[in-house]
Ligand binder design. Structure first.
Ligand code: CA
Length: 253
């Protein structure tokens, strides 16, 4: 499995990876796994992809971390010494922890899968798994845009921080003007939904009515955002809905 993990990690397209130029912008990941070799292979693989990784090896430690720290995604082994993975997850969910969780399970039965999802898991992979598959699952749960930090919105590898007004794409800082940030934030808050030009005029430009000039200004800002946020990435997030407005969403490259 160690060999398989390393081999797959090396063949992945680096351009899609969240590079760790700025650790604050990397997806923060908790790995809960009691087998040291597996935990280290996962850590190396994910760090190589630009993730910021913390490893815990027991159910108690996982529960403590989940309820006291902030993560973008959790990889949770089910069979752990002491309190098992599902108990820890259920307890953390009851405490209001909403971090997306991908369960790593060796128990490939339908019953266990259903139990895992009931306990609050968002997805699962069955051991042994290909590292590429795990990465795809992680990206899918990150794409849903739910993080444990209410100030951080994340869509695919884009992170928009409302509190610090910082934006990163794939771990790299994106330098935006005040208006570009306001526009991106508005689209990110409505991710997946089409935002009309009328709404942008009202909410971002604080004007009461549309004009040709303002439409042109919006177009200029959208094209600058595309250049800064999407141009270097195979996955495009900013899309035009002809005759209506714009939408921020993940679409296959
Ligand atoms: Ca285990």
């Amino acid at each position: 499995m160690l060999v398989a993990v390393a081999a797959v990690a090396n063949t992945l397209d680096a351009s899609e990876a969240p590079r760790a130029a700025d650790p604050a912008g990397s997806p923060r990941t908790l790995i809960v796994e009691d087998e040291p070799k597996v935990a280290e292979a996962l850590r190396e693989g994910l760090e190589g992809e630009g993730y910021d990784v913390v490893v815990e090896s027991s159910g108690e430690a996982a529960f403590y971390r989940l309820t006291t720290d902030r993560f973008d995604v959790v990889l949770l082994d089910l069979r752990l010494p002491g309190r098992d993975g599902l108990e820890s997850l259920s307890a953390a969910r009851r405490r209001g922890v909403e971090t997306p969780v991908v369960v790593l399970t060796a128990r490939d039965t339908l019953e266990d899968r259903v139990i895992g999802l009931d306990a609050g898991a968002d997805d699962y992979v069955v051991k042994p798994f290909a590292f590429a598959e795990l990465l795809a699952r992680i990206r899918a749960v990150l794409r849903r845009g739910r993080t444990s930090d209410p100030d951080r919105l994340s869509i695919d590898t884009l992170v928009v921080d409302r509190a610090t007004r910082q934006v990163t794409r794939a771990g790299r800082a994106v330098d935006l003007t005040v208006k570009e940030f306001d526009l991106l934030l508005h689209l990110a808050r409505q991710a997946g939904q089409v935002v009309s030009r009328d709404t942008l005029v009202r909410e971002v430009w604080r004007e009461t009515s549309r004009s040709t000039t303002l439409d042109n200004v919006i177009d200029v800002h959208i094209s600058r955002l595309r250049r800064k946020v999407d141009a270097d990435h195979p996955v495009k997030l900013i899309h035009t809905v002809r005759g209506v407005g714009f939408v921020l969403r993940w679409e296959a490259p």
